[in-house]
Design a protein around this ligand. Structure first.
Ligand SMILES: [Zn+2]
Length: 363
């Protein structure tokens, strides 16, 4: 994932077992706070947001998602840019919403990955490219258990196309921001394997190493500018090709780290850095540089491909919706009602995440 981040090797909160359990962190937070009655709900949520997000780690996974959405806007034709550029900050800021929801909303977590190797070596040929056929063949529960990102992106494109048809600015923005997130996740090699954190090959921590530590060290030099958006006549096919490309990269992601570890003194593999005023163990710059050089620009390539695909899918949805005139939406402002709905949505995620009872019941 370009997900929840942590450069901290020892924070393994992105592991599915932890997602399923809801996380000890949550319970601890709740315990600590259970005796404190806070009446100002918004203030409480704000504080808890800081605590929770701060506990999960710093901003690098977030940085990648935000950057991908932001750069995708610059790929759009003027007819779309007139609306998207005006809302570029929203699209960047909300690129991380799906990761915030994944700990709180049932059904969210599986939208971020697919464990292709669960389906054997021929996964890409045996898995039906479309959701209905896939459900018939494997059953929905089984599919969801192993991740549904390639199918969910297709559904998101469909929803975005409908929102474009309806010329609904709020829906277009929400769906575009979310779509950008799932597309970026689908380009992360370790989002396509059940060995998603090297836990099956004694390489625990590699997930954050690839998606957070390497961008932290090297993203400044990435060239993420790609050309204008292109129409995709078959979005489903393009999405599956992207997932296949990410999966093909898994071998090198894992093998190079293993190879390097074998030839590297253990005391030089890791170092300690300060994160949120806490010293945490992470991969040393020396080890990271060697690994990055073996990967030969892979992280940058995958980020570029994400930017390209996000722009292409936004553009394709607009074309398929009949190229609606977005100019009248350009002056759109979130009104009070929409703003409060956004805030309510976020409160709902946090309430579920932190298991807070609504104030009305809290007496
Ligand atoms: Zn994600």
């Amino acid at each position: 994932m370009w997900c929840f981040v942590p450069n901290q090797v020892q924070f393994r909160h992105f592991e599915k077992s932890e997602l399923n359990s809801g996380g000890r962190l949550v319970d601890n937070q709740q315990k600590r706070r259970s005796k404190v009655k806070i009446k100002g709900f918004e203030v409480a949520i704000g504080l808890l947001m800081v605590v929770v997000l701060g506990s999960f780690g710093p901003e690098w996974g977030f940085w990648a998602h935000r950057r991908i959405n932001r750069l995708a806007v610059y790929r759009l034709p003027p007819e779309m840019a007139i609306f998207y550029k005006r809302n570029i900050d929203y699209l960047a800021e909300n690129a991380v919403n799906p990761d915030r929801r994944r700990y709180a909303v049932v059904g969210e977590a599986e939208r971020h990955f697919i464990d292709l190797d669960v389906y054997g070596d021929s996964a890409l040929t045996v898995l039906p490219p479309y959701w209905t056929q896939a459900k018939e063949k494997y059953g929905e529960d089984s599919l969801r258990k192993h991740g549904i990102v390639p199918w969910y992106i297709q559904a998101a494109v469909f929803q975005l196309t409908e929102a474009m048809r309806q010329k609904s600015p709020t829906r277009i923005l929400r769906l575009s921001a979310d779509l950008g997130h799932y597309v970026a996740d689908a380009h992360v090699p370790l989002h396509t394997t059940r060995n998603y954190n090297g836990q099956l090959t004694d390489q625990v921590g590699i997930h954050a190493f690839w998606e957070s530590r390497l961008p932290e060290l090297y993203a400044e030099n990435y060239d993420l500018w790609v050309g204008p958006a292109e129409y995709l006549p078959n979005p489903g096919k393009a999405i599956w090709e992207a997932v296949a490309g990410a999966h093909a990269a898994c071998d090198s992601v894992l093998a190079f780290e293993k190879e390097l570890t074998g030839s590297f003194p253990n005391d030089r593999k890791y170092t300690y850095v300060e994160r949120n005023r806490v010293l945490v163990r992470t991969y040393s710059e020396e080890f990271s540089a060697r690994y990055n050089s073996l990967l030969a620009g892979q992280v940058e390539r995958q980020m570029r491909a994400s930017v390209r695909m996000v722009g292409n899918l936004w553009y394709t949805a607009w074309v398929n919706a009949g190229q609606p005139d977005l100019a009248p939406l350009a002056d759109f402002e979130w009104d009070a009602e929409e703003k409060s709905k956004e805030a309510a949505d976020q409160q709902t995620w946090l309430q579920r995440l932190l298991k807070i009872r609504p104030e009305a019941e809290d007496n």
